[in-house]
Design a protein around this ligand. Structure first.
Ligand SMILES: O=C(O)CCC(=O)C(=O)O
Ligand SMILES: [Fe+2]
Length: 313
């Protein structure tokens, strides 16, 4: 049974055995709606969801595989394929509850953006800056909430609808390996407090604004981050030496890139301490697609258990 789940895992994809899919469909259809406490999923919801998931005989083994894929030596991202389940449960509340219950086994779901719900829509906005979240262009390698002192430990994306024109692939790269390929002098520059990116507004439980920040904090992949976003390269204020080191890192991330297109029901989970993520451009011709048929993802963030108490920085 181990092999049935694990074999495909070298590439981060986690297929569920049919029997487990059947159990999760039943569980998903009866999970109650969740509650939150501050910006975190409520303890009572976590307990309820975990007890329900435990009732599926194959769930323990699935969870262990998932945690290995996310935290093992070269691991750092996973795609849990919930497409078959989504075909039965639909892509509404029941699937979201089930996805939340699965993620609760990885870490604690939370809502750093106060003004958005727990699952934040990332739709396709033809008027947005193309390189940003809801835009239609290339979204370069980054970690989410890069300019917070405590970024979310994991970022997750549930695909409701891929780009109907077939583009918008996800891109991922092992940030630790990209750093290891740099010269010592570039690494030294990246360890300087020389970088900054973006605004910091109306956020909860991600610490303080970090400005300027070092890309490399000298900490291990269990405690630190490779605090990087290629988007900061186009912001002004970076001197040439530091910009050059950051461009080298961006190039190495591209050199190590993994690319795949999320399908309906695919749940991508990225360990932000190890891997960076982004998105290729959507196809041209979005104007010809009705807004309700354009690409739609839902995003949820996770906070590790056993780091600081929720709410303390
Ligand atoms: O559109 C995507 O696939 C990724 C979006 C993203 O990374 C973000 O909004 O932070
Ligand atoms: Fe992102």
């Amino acid at each position: 049974m181990m092999s049935e789940i694990m074999d495909a895992d070298r590439d981060g994809f986690v297929d569920l055995p049919r029997e487990l899919e059947g159990n999760l469909i039943e569980i998903g259809s009866r999970l109650p709606s969740w509650n939150t406490e501050g910006s975190f999923l409520a303890c009572s919801t976590i307990e309820w969801y975990r007890a329900e998931m435990e009732s599926a005989p194959l769930f323990d083994e699935f969870r262990d595989s998932l945690l290995t894929v996310l935290n093992g030596t070269t691991g750092g991202y996973a795609v849990v394929r919930l497409g078959n389940i989504a075909r039965t449960l639909g892509v509404g509340e029941h699937l979201l509850r089930l996805a939340t219950a699965i993620l609760t086994e990885v870490a604690i779901p939370f809502q750093p953006f106060r003004r958005w719900p727990l699952w934040k829509e990332i739709g396709t906005n033809l008027d947005a800056n193309p390189g940003l979240s809801t835009g239609t262009g290339y979204n370069a390698f980054h970690m989410d909430l890069v300019n917070a002192t405590q970024p979310p430990d994991y970022t997750t994306l549930l695909c409701v609808r891929p780009d109907p024109l077939g583009a918008g692939a996800s891109i991922l790269s092992n940030a630790r390996e990209a750093v290891a390929r740099l010269t010592p002098s570039s690494r030294a520059l990246l360890a300087d407090m020389a970088y900054s990116y973006g605004g910091f507004f109306d956020l909860s439980d991600v610490g303080e604004e970090y400005k300027p920040f070092p890309v490399l904090d000298g900490e291990s992949e269990d405690s630190g981050f490779v605090r990087f976003t290629a988007k900061m390269l186009i912001e002004s204020g970076l001197d040439e030496a530091h910009a050059c080191a950051a461009r080298e890192l961006a190039d190495q991330m591209v050199a190590g890139q993994v690319t795949f297109t999320l399908q309906c029901g695919d749940l991508l989970i990225v360990n932000q301490r190890r891997w960076v993520h982004g998105r290729e451009a959507l196809a041209d011709g979005q104007h010809d697609i009705a807004p309700e048929h354009r690409r739609l993802l839902l995003q949820l963030f996770l906070r590790d258990r056993g780091t600081a108490e929720p709410g303390t920085a």
